[in-house]
Design a protein around this ligand. Structure first.
Ligand SMILES: [Zn+2]
Length: 258
């Protein structure tokens, strides 16, 4: 199995990051960690260097941070991404978040930055890892308008748009929220198996959070319960889910040496 989206740079792992990675190595083929803020770039690259062919990076900026950066800082970040373009496999997470950002002016800025990231990804032939929350229609519209082809929708919650997403050939990663959410159950059921990936969004979204309503740190190894749930939903073997999602992830991100 492969965790296609988590955040190993978070402070939650500062005291035992190497043990978390060691546990992931025992169960998983690879982990894609998402750097969603410029301050996390160096630590993310360090993990990639120390764990060649196991940890891969996706580099972007979470749309919730839109108010925190000047245009100059954003330009500098693009410069950094340009200079280091061979060290990461995907651009993300990037996208729109209307839950964090309510003002029209800032939502407009989110859209502009999102388009800039899409253009950058296309120019460098990299896949996009997309975050979207309460902004599904605008996100899909912008991706279509920009003619984005290599798209990975992380924690995508718009079950009514599954047909459109699948027709576009875009991938959706399913996380532990599928244990309790009807929408995510439906998305897992209705998306074709060849467009599904596994994710955890760790350290957030631990499986226990959804079943017992407690605060627990998540880890990449939780993809196992996600794969078990997908097997139940799709009425196929667990091994088949693990094998197909591995193949999908390796193919989509072009993971070398996994
Ligand atoms: Zn994330």
């Amino acid at each position: 199995m492969i965790d296609s989206h988590c955040h190993l740079e978070q402070h939650d792992y500062d005291s035992d990051r190497n043990e978390v990675i060691a546990r992931a190595r025992q169960k998983l083929k690879a982990v894609i960690t998402s750097c969603a803020h410029p301050r996390d770039f160096d630590l993310t690259m360090k993990m990639v260097e120390e764990n060649k062919n196991f940890i891969f990076a996706s580099i972007g900026m979470h749309p919730e941070f839109i108010k925190d950066f000047s245009q100059k800082q954003i330009d500098d970040y693009f410069q950094l991404l340009e200079e280091n373009k061979d060290r990461y496999i995907s651009v993300g997470e990037v996208g729109l978040d209307y839950s964090w950002v309510k003002e029209d002016e800032w939502r407009q800025k989110q859209k502009e930055l999102f388009i800039q990231f899409i253009e950058f990804a296309k120019e460098h032939k990299k896949p996009l890892t997309i975050h979207c929350r309460d902004a599904y229609e605008d996100t899909v519209k912008i991706l279509e308008q920009q003619d984005a082809k290599q798209v990975h929708l992380h924690l995508f919650g718009a079950n009514q748009m599954v047909k459109q997403v699948a027709e576009n050939g875009w991938y959706v990663s399913i996380g532990p929220i599928v244990l309790s959410s009807k929408k995510h159950f439906q998305i897992s059921r209705d998306m074709p198996m060849e467009l599904l990936l596994l994710e955890t969004d760790a350290p957030w979204n631990a499986p226990q959070v959804f079943t017992e309503h407690v605060k627990v740190r998540n880890e990449p190894t939780s993809v196992e319960v996600v794969a078990m749930k997908i097997a139940e939903i799709k009425k196929i073997d667990f091994e088949q889910v693990a094998k197909t999602t591995d193949e999908n992830t390796i193919k989509f991100f072009g993971l070398n040496g996994v």
